[in-house]
Structure formats: C-alpha cells, structure tokens
Design a protein around this ligand. Structure first.
Ligand code: GLA
Length: 358
C-alpha cells in the first residue's frame, strides 16, 4: 500500500495502530505493560458500560484510584471495608488485567483517627495494615505501591521528607519498615516506591529529583526491599520540561538497579488556548515528547495513565478547578468525556510503536 493510501485508511491522526488497536497490545509488543487507574464506582455511572469497554480494549493493568487507600479501607477506626477493593479486583480479573494496589502507606490522605495516633500506634498500624491487606490479596495483586510520595519539601524535614503520622512514628525508617514488611509477606510481589513532581525543569522539579534520588540511595543502603520506582507523570502544557535532563534522572535511578514505572500520567491543559483540536494537539504533543524520552530508557517497563477518559479525571473536581484556575472542561486523557479516542491516544500509540523493545 502506498503511503498516501495507508494515510487515507488511518482512522484518526497521523498514526494507524496495527491490528487490534489496543494500547495494551502495542506496549506489550515492546515488553511494556500499559494500563490506567480505575475507580470501581465509575462502573456504576450512566456511562459505566463505555467506561468498562475502553479499559477492556486498552489496559493490561489497572491501578486502584481510591479503593486501596487508607482513607477508603480504614475510614473508621474499628472496621476495615474491603467492598470496593474487592469490586476492583473482580473487574480486573474478570478481564485478564493485572492490578497495582495504590497505596499501602502514604503520609497524606489519612483519616483523622490515624492522624491522632501516637508513635507506637502508627508504627503498629503500619505493620498490621500491610499484613492484613497483602495477605488478603496475595494471590490477586502483583504490583504494590508500598509507599506513596515520601518527599514533601514544604515540611522542612531532613532529606525533604513529607511529614505525617508514619514519619512522626519512625522517621525515615518508616519506608524501609514498610517495604521489608511487604517483602516478608509476598516475596514475589513487585514493590514500588511512588513519587510525584519530579518531571518539570523548574526549581521544584530539581528539588524533587535530587531529594528523591538521594533518598533512593539511602534506602538501598538500608536494605529496603524496593523493586521499582514509580514516577507519577502528572504533566501540564503550561509547565517547562527538559526531557534530556529528565532522562538522565531516569538513568540514575536505573543505575541503582530499580525498574521504573510511569504510574499516573495525564496532561493538564490549563492555559492551552484555541479550539478543542488545538488543545488536543498540545496535549498529544506533550504525551509524545514525554513518552519518546522516557521509553528510550529500557528500565521503564510499565506505563499507566491516571484514568483513561476525561469524564473520570481527577481534574473534573470543581473545587480543584476553582482553586487552581483550571479548565472547567479539562482534556487530559486519551479518551474524551464521551469515550471517543483523542489525538493523545494516537500519540501514546505512536510512542509505543517507536519504543525500543525491552
Ligand atoms: C497523587 C496520588 C494519587 C491521586 C492523584 C490525584 O498523585 O498518588 O493517589 O490522589 O494524586 O488525584
């Protein structure tokens, strides 16, 4: 077929995905696992069937958006509620998808009763919670975000660590304690340390990258059982990036022996002007540039977006939109809010097609 004829057959954008038209399949062809975060309650919405359909088409792994957080499992002190986590596991397994449970320990997003614990209570909870949850889902969940977002420069703690009940109880040692407890329960699970805000070229990105890398070195020396580093990848069209620099950071992480997962990729298009198509072009271009850079690093073997359709993005939150002067109709993901593929989908597909195999 000539170039012109194949271009005519391309369903959208510049790239026609071969066979199947699945991001999961395109990624798998290169040894990369692709998926997205999923929220079980979205399956109950009017659009639940369409929501499920795009995951079935594209995802080989789902992350629990809310269901495994302490705020969901342990909203109350005297009970643990597995209802939504069970639903997510059932959906994923019913469709042959792997699961990333997010997150066992996070100093943010904890209910008040946990904030009120004393040091001994928080240390005991860390141990008991990891054991209870991992034992229950041992055979269902392979990927665990054991600790989320250890860095928080605004708290002015040594190492620029984030404050919270687990840090207050054990200092930096809470991270090693969590990983080693997780390893003792599930030796073959993939244990992940997940971090935000490392991507930008500004001072904030620089502080996150240097603090996080220094932390990883200390954790390695301390013998923390970490298999992979998660980098969230919440990008913004309005932010500055230096991808060669970011790639060098990934190489530094890989040199420590960790696999790298891109765990929460999306593109905030606040500030992008023009028509919907113009905005979608800018979003797609950033997906393409970011993935082109990170997939050149072979240690990157998992890529996940944070939700898959604009309809369910965390950027739909009206309070967040008002506080951050965001677009009230954000377009951060590969599918629009009516579950139609966008240029971002094509950009992701193209990036997988171009990626060197693992
Ligand atoms: C962070 C957390 C996620 C989620 C997103 C945005 O990245 O890791 O669990 O809360 O923020 O919603």
């Amino acid at each position: 077929m000539t170039g012109a004829a194949s271009a005519l057959l391309a369903p959208r954008g510049a790239f026609a995905a071969p066979g199947g038209e699945s991001l999961g399949a395109l990624a798998a062809a290169k040894g990369i696992l692709f998926g997205a975060s999923l929220a079980a309650h979205e399956l109950d919405r009017d659009y639940g069937a369409k929501y499920a359909e795009i995951y079935q088409r594209d995802c080989r792994i789902v992350t629990s958006e809310l269901e495994f957080k302490l705020s969901a499992l342990r909203a109350k002190e005297d009970a643990i509620d597995f209802y939504d986590a069970d639903r997510l596991v059932q959906f994923a397994h019913g469709h042959g998808m792997q699961i990333r449970a997010h997150t066992l320990i996070w100093n943010d997003d904890v209910p008040q009763w946990i904030k009120d614990l004393d040091g001994a209570g928080a240390a005991q909870l860390l141990d008991m919670h990891i054991e209870t949850v991992m034992v229950r889902y041992k055979d269902s969940v392979r990927f665990w975000d054991v600790v989320n977002e250890p860095i928080g420069p605004w708290d002015n703690l040594p190492g620029k660590l984030r404050a919270g009940p687990f840090y207050a109880a054990l200092g930096e040692g809470y991270i090693t304690a969590a990983f080693n407890k997780a390893r003792s329960i599930e030796p073959s699970a993939v244990l992940v340390l997940n971090e935000a805000q490392c991507e930008t070229a500004d001072d904030n990105g620089e502080i996150f990258r240097s603090s996080f890398l220094a932390l990883l070195k200390r954790l390695k020396d301390a013998g923390a059982a970490i298999d992979a580093v998660g980098l969230q990848g919440h990008l913004k069209t309005a932010a500055r990036y230096d991808f060669p620099r970011f790639t060098a950071f990934l190489q530094d992480i890989a040199a420590l022996g960790f696999a790298i997962h891109i765990t929460e990729l999306d593109v905030n298009d606040t500030g992008a002007d023009g028509s919907i198509t113009d905005r979608d072009r800018q979003v797609a271009a950033l997906y393409g540039k970011f993935l082109g850079a990170v997939l050149s690093v072979k240690a990157v073997n998992v890529v996940q977006t944070w939700q898959l359709s604009d309809a369910a993005s965390w950027m739909q939150d009206k309070g967040l939109q008002a506080d951050n002067k965001m677009h009230t109709d954000p377009r951060p993901l590969p599918y629009d809010s009516r579950f139609r593929r966008k240029l971002a989908w094509d950009a992701i597909a193209q990036a997988f097609a171009n990626a060197p195999p693992r």
